[in-house]
Design a protein. Sequence first.
Length: 375
Amino acid sequence: MSKLNKQIYFAQVIVSALFSVGLIVDLIICSVNFKQVQFSYGPLSFIYGNQTRIHWHTTELSKTNMKAGKMFQSNELSNYHEVFVGDDKFKYQFKGMDAKFSYELPAQVDKFIVMTDIHTNNKYTSTMSTDFDFMVLCGDQSYGGSVADFNMAFKGFPTKPLIMAMGNHDEPGDFLIVNGRPKTFYQQVRNIGFYFIHVQRGTPIVDDQVDLGIEFLNRNVNLSAGTEHIFIVVHYPVYSAGYFGAHPYFTQKLEKFIDENEKMNIRAVFYGHDHSFGAFKRKQQYFIDAGVGGGKIDDLRNTSYAFDRAWTNESLHGPLAVPATCTQACYGYEYHLDSWMKYTRTEVNFEQGKIVYNVRDLDTNQLLKSYEQPL
């Protein structure tokens, strides 16, 4: 046995003995010549059922060890990695790395933020203030669902708790592996319930996917029984003054579901896809096209149908007239509140007796508008 092998052998014996008597409970073991972990992206911290899912991607096939609190978590040899932790507040560290991370989902949610359509551009997510409890993304984090896309989108991404929907651009790649969920799912966060549905096949919205999404809602109403606040998240617009606009087959079915379930406490529907911000209100519910968080800003529809491309306004306010050439995409214009051609984020604040939706310009942090929803 060589001198080096003897040293390794005796080190293993000593460490094993110490663990057997419980003397080492908070130690990260580093093997000889351990290669530094090279992240493509991550770690991302997902709210996942009643657990926390930590996910990351490494440039090379590796078996990355992560320690959360006093418990080691080990992955199989892979590029994609995930571990599940059953706590709402903990610190964690990766074997061979000095950096330490922390995670906390507070017992009471005061504010979460909504963004959409990052499209690989991390300009805003990597520099944002983190004065929120968790984040909801409405899809199109990528352009094609590739590792390179997610690497750009999630570089410098905050380790705040995260929940995200799949967009049409995410669909072709490995998004379901990254997200660790099916296209439709329900997530409870304290006294808040989120229904995530998917109604597209690629870019087009298609009726059979709409039917599956609405069926998921109807089949899972009881999942949120007794929940104080309900939100629905989908990538395709419900109402919109943007490029794609509404799809009445989907919008009318969703309207029907909301009307038939008044006792569910549905507060708002969040979505994206149109690359412009829009706020609508029908009855007691808000419908918020959360704008664009990194992709190219698209024009607002003013008086003409999309193929006429006759847009002139950078913002629209109040109820809108429906042009004769736009009876489908402009469905629901009477519910319109405001639209902007800006990069935005929507802050959902829970205050005494009301929810306040604050819309901010991502470039200036200017408050564009606040919408108050009495409870």
